[in-house]
Design a protein around this ligand. Structure first.
Ligand SMILES: Cc1cc2nc3c(=O)[nH]c(=O)nc-3n(C[C@H](O)[C@H](O)[C@H](O)COP(=O)(O)OP(=O)(O)OC[C@H]3O[C@@H](n4cnc5c(N)ncnc54)[C@H](O)[C@@H]3O)c2cc1C
Length: 374
């Protein structure tokens, strides 16, 4: 049996790595069990909101992320090429950086703080919580023991399943297709939202002169091809982008689920393991980093014995569950505004967008886009 760690984190994704950096900075003996042997390059998050960036600063990687990312300084809503609204994010720009690059910076930081803490190719398969510690059975290594454990293992969390914690569906689901292409819009620091009858088309600048195009579908289409997405963009936009023939194109179904509880005994859940927030609005990863800040404090108190007796994660859950619920309500709103609509319904929506684009509505909408209050 191996030595007992202070904290074992299951999952070395964006949130597990961030939490590990926070703990390692405190001198906590932390180990991260990650089932992948190689980093994932799947196209996922790009947007990093100001509160998420502050959380990265707390882990010592904010400056490295700033240096690699580009800034999205405004959002523009259009319909049939007509400007409906412009939201400036000048004071709180949203950064854009591919998730795999952010994760690489977090891995580098963790390796500097705690060499060897990340153990790749190790998959959690069993969990036994005792009075003083937790034993984690894992494929790829002998059992790992820790005083506290954290499930940061994503939407299909094995940790959550082993704890028997159910998740409940929340409103907001829809099919989307996306691809990245060279940015020829001439709007390199602007997110563009095209509200069209067949469904919204959103596009976001990315580093390297690229832009991500995301289209709402009438129904999920798992086998979406680049040609299929190009057809949709051609039909909906006056000046559609040219997707390169081999542009990796993916289709996904956005949905929202919340775990019934965020902790059980000596084990807490964090990030997507606790809440699956729709990617539309792009806030899941930053939300996870804000969870990690709160969980870092809870774990520090649990380790030094100053936490709430018998309920070490109660304050963590009290703070973070409402934040996840707020993020889900915002994402639901974003998805509803972008769904396919009849002409009268779309006209109502466009009128609403115009109204919300001027104060006082603008303050609330900007807060929602920039994750203020989460
Ligand atoms: C298309 C798309 C676009 C998005 N855009 C944005 C955006 O712009 N901004 C934003 O904030 N969010 C966005 N999100 C959401 C964001 O990607 C997630 O919220 C984020 O990845 C959550 O991080 P996590 O570490 O909690 O989970 P994950 O990133 O899923 O990491 C979980 C890790 O756990 C590992 N693991 C799983 N099971 C085990 C096991 N049994 N044992 C060991 N390891 C295990 C996995 O290999 C993985 O590395 C987007 C998501 C999608 C799908």
């Amino acid at each position: 049996m191996s030595a007992r760690h202070d904290v074992a984190i299951v999952g070395g994704g964006a949130v597990g790595l961030h939490l590990a950096c926070l703990l390692a900075q405190r001198g906590v003996d932390v180990v991260v069990l990650e089932r992948r042997t190689e980093p994932s390059h799947l196209s996922r998050a790009i947007g990093i909101h100001a509160p998420g960036l502050a959380a990265l600063d707390a882990a010592g990687v904010g400056d490295a992320v700033r240096a690699a990312a580009i800034r999205i300084r405004s959002g523009v809503a259009l319909s049939r090429g007509r400007l409906l609204a412009r939201l400036p994010f000048e004071h709180e720009p949203i950064l854009a950086l591919q998730q795999h690059r952010t994760e690489a910076l977090l891995r580098e930081r963790l390796a500097a703080l705690a060499p060897g803490a990340l153990r790749q190719g190790v998959e959690l398969v069993g969990l036994a919580s005792g009075a003083d510690d937790v034993e984690l059975a894992a494929r790829g290594t002998s059992p790992v023991r820790a005083r506290w454990a954290v499930g940061a293992d994503g939407v299909r969390s094995t940790t959550r399943a082993l704890l028997g914690i159910p998740t409940g569906a929340r409103p907001g689901s829809g099919g989307y297709a996306m691809a990245d292409a060279p940015d020829a819009t001439g709007a390199a620091a602007t997110a563009l939202l095209h509200l069209e009858p067949a469904g919204i088309v959103e596009s976001f600048p990315m580093p390297g002169g690229q832009r991500r195009w995301v289209a709402r579908l009438a129904a999920p289409e798992p086998g979406m091809t680049t040609e299929g997405l190009q057809r949709i963009l051609d039909e909906r936009l006056l000046a559609p982008p040219r997707l390169p023939p081999l542009a990796p194109t993916s289709a996904f179904v956005a949905r929202q689920r919340l775990a019934d509880r965020f902790a059980l005994g000596r084990v807490a859940l964090v990030g997507d393991a606790a809440h699956e927030v729709s990617p539309i609005g792009g806030q899941g990863m930053s939300l996870g980093w804000l969870d990690a800040l709160a969980l870092d404090r809870a774990l520090a108190a649990a380790l030094d014995g100053s936490g709430e007796a018998g309920a070490p994660f109660a304050a963590y859950e009290r703070a973070r569950r409402p934040a996840a619920e707020r993020a889900m309500r915002r994402a639901w709103w974003n998805m509803a505004m972008g769904s396919p609509a009849s002409a009268p319904r779309l006209a109502l929506r466009l009128a609403l967008v115009r109204t919300l684009a001027v104060p006082p509505g603008r303050t609330a909408v900007t807060a929602a886009f920039t994750m203020r209050g989460l």
